[in-house]
Design a protein around this ligand. Structure first.
Ligand SMILES: Cc1cc2nc3c(=O)[nH]c(=O)nc-3n(C[C@H](O)[C@H](O)[C@H](O)COP(=O)(O)OP(=O)(O)OC[C@H]3O[C@@H](n4cnc5c(N)ncnc54)[C@H](O)[C@@H]3O)c2cc1C
Length: 511
């Protein structure tokens, strides 16, 4: 039996151990000897002043319990954690609804529509962009979908399954295992996020190439909207006009509640091969990664770590490329050998991949532990074409370094590629800086605004796989074409004429 942390990532039982914490603090002290690393405990949630619920919804699927509402008030970004640590309660949903059936979902939308109450669909609540926060809402119900958690049907011939949207990653995979099939979608937040959340945010899985975005694994969707149910046909492909699924994928709870999806499955991999390659120069490492991305080899892992990221998380002072291939059908050693040829000049190193994997799984817990010591440790991510990458990287690194100097005096910026495409990488940046206890959220917000400006100015996207939410809205509205924005508002008006669903996300709220 495990207990979810109310203020930070994951399970209380899996939080950093005292030894792990000591080692982290020592490592930071070695680099930042002047940082104030005083430890701060999270407040007792029972001691926090929680505003009264303003609504009285009907039936046993609703809860107005203060701790329940607190646990559904925000996501899992660094700024969510720092606000929780500071005891800053902010705005809470007035109730949490936990539908057991699709009819319950319809009933919640009906009741909220009749009473003018906003509805925020909630999967695992791992949003890092303010996607589940009832910010600036008069009254709101958060609809927690985790009771809709079954694999309902498996079609082994087409290798697909009909799955309820509220299922968490581990339960989904456990239900597919007896069929010897897997969705093979593993975002870093896999353990605590849901199928519906992945679909609504167009999540990116762990794999670097090919079928890693949940979009490509989706065969059809069933969505409850305030205007009725939309269910698309199960088809392997279709040229019949714009795709209904593409309208709802990435709609972030603003157009309807995804209740079920038919998802494309795969057999678990049986053949694997991997290696890590160290490069003396970052530019050479980027070039080798581009060649592999364009080679048609499609590695499962192709994670390039810059020297700072490699130093912190893979035990190397030089850039490291972690490569892996896998297949359910055929050996992959030949592919790995060809990829290594494309790394000409790089040196194969032992142990980096294992160390990277270990660090990767602990990162969210360590981020929160360091926040307790007043450190700013957060990430942001983007994607751009290869021709633009050198300039984007220089501009973003410069903007981040300047913002860190101004806000914290000092700090470190790291970069890795999470995904690579034939036409460009998805760079993922890490920020490590000593913050000021009491001002961590405001400091991070300034840094985030500076790097977001740099991303948009350099032709990148405001997000590659973290979604838009409320936090990215100022930059998203500049990134998407204006006429597309108008079309999206039109779709919103047609499906959700009262503007009940997740107001303030993706389309501006009517003034
Ligand atoms: C430590 C950490 C690591 C992460 N790693 C990754 C990663 O590797 N890849 C990645 O893509 N993201 C990652 N994320 C971000 C986050 O996990 C994803 O956005 C994820 O898809 C959210 O799923 P969720 O079930 O938690 O959804 P929530 O956070 O509950 O909701 C996210 C959005 O989807 C909407 N929504 C949720 N369920 C439904 C539904 N059934 N119908 C309609 N709308 C719905 C919500 O209203 C909200 O707008 C990470 C986050 C953290 C904190």
């Amino acid at each position: 039996m495990t207990t979810r942390s109310w203020w930070g990532w994951g399970n209380v039982e899996d939080a950093v151990t005292p030894e792990e914490r000591r080692a982290l603090v020592e490592r930071v002290r070695a680099v930042l000897p002047d940082a104030d690393l005083t430890f701060h405990s999270p407040p007792d949630p029972a001691s926090l002043e929680v505003p009264e619920s303003r609504i009285q919804p009907p039936g046993e699927i609703y809860s107005t319990d203060p701790v329940d509402r607190l646990a559904h008030a925000r996501g899992q970004a660094y700024r969510d954690v720092t606000r929780n640590l500071a005891g800053d309660v902010g705005q809470l949903p007035d109730a949490v609804a936990r539908p057991r059936t699709e009819q319950d979902v319809v009933d919640v939308l009906d009741w909220c529509g009749s009473n003018g109450v906003a509805v925020i669909p909630f999967g695992g609540g791992t949003s890092v962009v303010g996607g589940v926060e009832p910010r600036d809402l008069d009254r709101a119900v958060t609809m927690d979908l985790q009771r809709l958690d079954r694999v309902l049907e498996v079609d082994p011939t087409s290798r697909a399954a009909r799955i309820q949207a509220g299922v968490l990653g581990p339960s989904l995979e456990a239900q597919l295992k007896p069929h010897d099939l897997t969705l093979r979608h593993f975002p870093q937040s896999f353990e605590f996020s849901t199928l519906g959340g992945w679909l609504a945010t167009r999540a990116g899985g762990h794999y670097a190439t090919l079928y890693t975005h949940v979009d490509d694994l989706t065969e059809s969707l069933r969505v409850v909207t305030p205007q009725g149910i939309s269910e698309s046909r199960r088809l392997p492909g279709s040229g019949a006009g714009p795709s209904p699924d593409r309208l709802f994928l990435g709609s972030e709870g603003t157009l309807g509640v995804i209740t079920e999806a038919w998802m494309r499955l795969q057999e678990p991999p049986a053949h694997r091969a991997g290696a890590s390659v160290r490069f003396a120069s970052w530019e050479r490492a980027v070039e080798a990664t581009r060649l592999i991305a364009q080679s048609g080899l499609y590695p499962a892992n192709c994670r390039l770590l810059d020297p700072a990221e490699a130093f912190l998380n893979a035990g190397s002072a030089q850039a490291v490329l972690v490569l892996a291939f896998e297949s359910a059908d055929h050996p992959v050693d030949v592919k790995l050998a060809r990829a290594l040829e494309l790394c000409g000049g790089g040196e194969v190193v032992e142990g980096a991949a294992q160390q990277w994997r270990k660090s990767f799984l602990r990162m969210p817990y360590q981020r929160d532990a360091m926040a307790q010591h007043g450190m700013i440790t957060e990430t942001f991510e983007t994607a751009c074409t290869w021709d633009r990458f050198p300039e984007l990287h220089a501009t973003v690194t410069e903007a981040a370094t300047r913002a860190l100097r101004e806000m914290c005096g000092i700090g470190v910026v790291t970069c890795r590629f999470t995904h690579v495409y034939p036409d460009g990488p998805a760079p993922y940046y890490g920020i490590y800086a000593p913050g000021r206890w009491g001002g961590l959220t405001a400091q991070w917000d300034e840094i985030k605004a500076a790097v977001s400006e740099a991303l948009i100015a350099s032709g990148g996207t405001i997000t590659h796989h973290h979604a838009v939410g409320r936090d990215h809205m100022p930059w998203y509205t500049r990134q998407r074409p204006d006429v597309f924005g108008a079309a999206l508002s039109g779709a919103k008006a047609a499906l959700d004429p009262q503007g009940l669903l997740n107001p303030g996300v993706l389309t501006p709220r009517p003034t």
